[in-house]
Write a protein that binds this ligand. Sequence first.
Ligand code: HEM
Length: 465
Amino acid sequence: MSDNIRKYSHKNPNLFELRLTSCLDGYSNTKGKPGLPEPSSPSSRRDRRALSTIMTHDVNTLPKHEPAFNAFSEAFISDPLPFMHKGLRHQGVLKHETTLDPIYSLFRYEDVKHVLLDWETFSSAPINTDLDALNLGRATENFILMDPPRHNRLRALAQQGFFPKVIERFLPRAQRIANERFDYALEADRFDLVNDVSAQLTIGMITGILGLPSEDWPVIRDWTNVMQRNTMASFWLTEWDHERSEGVERVTGEMADYFHDHLQFLKKHPTDDNILSILMTTELDGERFTDEEIESTAMLLLLAGNETTTNLITNFVRCMARYPTQFDLLKRDHSLRNAAIEETLRLEPSLRMTVRSVCQDVEFHGVSIPAGNSVALWLMAANRDPDVFDNPDQFDLTNKRPRHLSFAAGPHFCLGAPLARMEADVAAHTLLQRVQHIELLSPPQMSDNGNLNNILSLEARFEGY
Ligand code: HEM
């Protein structure tokens, strides 16, 4: 093993030790990044994908006969927890050998957090600049896939729309939509918690925030449904999935055209009641932002903020139904609302994992990860790490917990976290005011993308006061 390898290990369960022996200089994006192989052409990549059957086997740290998991398997999608616990137990590193790029899963809280913070070694830009394999269609120019310093400029722009005083302006809108949706749910004999309540609230909010006509709701729901199926899918799929890739191609094309037209409309009708209009007039360091930058930011906000928050609200209600003693506790003491939302986020993170590209050889707990590979960071497992959380699998409103990683950490910490928390708080407040009993009438229908904790539909019944 060379001296240039960064080594990470837990000698003692509570002690995270980082032995740092050398470090690369910073860089702005993957192009020309040291340690990463040159990209191949899109067509050759596509062909390789089409032919490849990805073998998700081996694992340096597991007995040879024990297969690693595949996040797109039915077993994983319906219940990822056994896999998360296994990953936490087995030294925290699992290697998934594929015919293309191996991917190494990390599970432990300190490992995941460390990678999220160390953006110079672990880049957000896709490995090999292989955007084609990531299947992002026209959604590639967004800052979630960039590293500092390029990332900083666009994030600083979008940040203008997420200051508390801007978010507060949308509070009455959130409450009005929540009231309407709870009216509907309380009157219905049974309703779909996702499509009749949570998604309506979050799409109603994102359309208001981006200044989009509310009648575009169905098309936005269609876009987000197609895109959620694809999120980080290429890391686990056993073969190239044409249906998914064609859907993404179509949707990102439609979205790019839609936001292009929308910006022209906003220019002709100036206002300051939505984030995009605010961004168009914002200057940072004497510079305005280009239409293309604002359009790609709008696409990112629409995609990053929609399903994630829908799932937070759905899972909050679901947790209240599944843990009735905790629901009773909350009914008696509404000041625990914030703790209830954070516990939901910790146990049911909307993104179960995220990915980083390794730019320098590293070693975790004796497993070497060469530059040019990817690491899957299992936020869901990190949030249940017994070295960090007491009784990690319990939903516990009274336990003061360390900070969970559901919104990530470091330079890419979720920009929309205050908005998501505000929407969840409005839903929680409305639930506590109006609902005394929740009955879940069906198992959750999960998305076929195991990277996400995406519930597509869940039948429920409310009993009001
Ligand atoms: C419960 C709801 C949400 C969850 C769990 C969530 C989770 C996350 C996570 C884990 C990341 C980091 C991804 C990475 O670095 O690989 C992220 C980034 C981001 N999120 Fe959220 N998100 C939520 C809601 C929202 C909302 C409502 C918006 C905006 C409307 C939003 C906008 C963003 C943006 C723009 C980024 C990229 C930040 C950057 O790259 O600097 N998110 N989110």
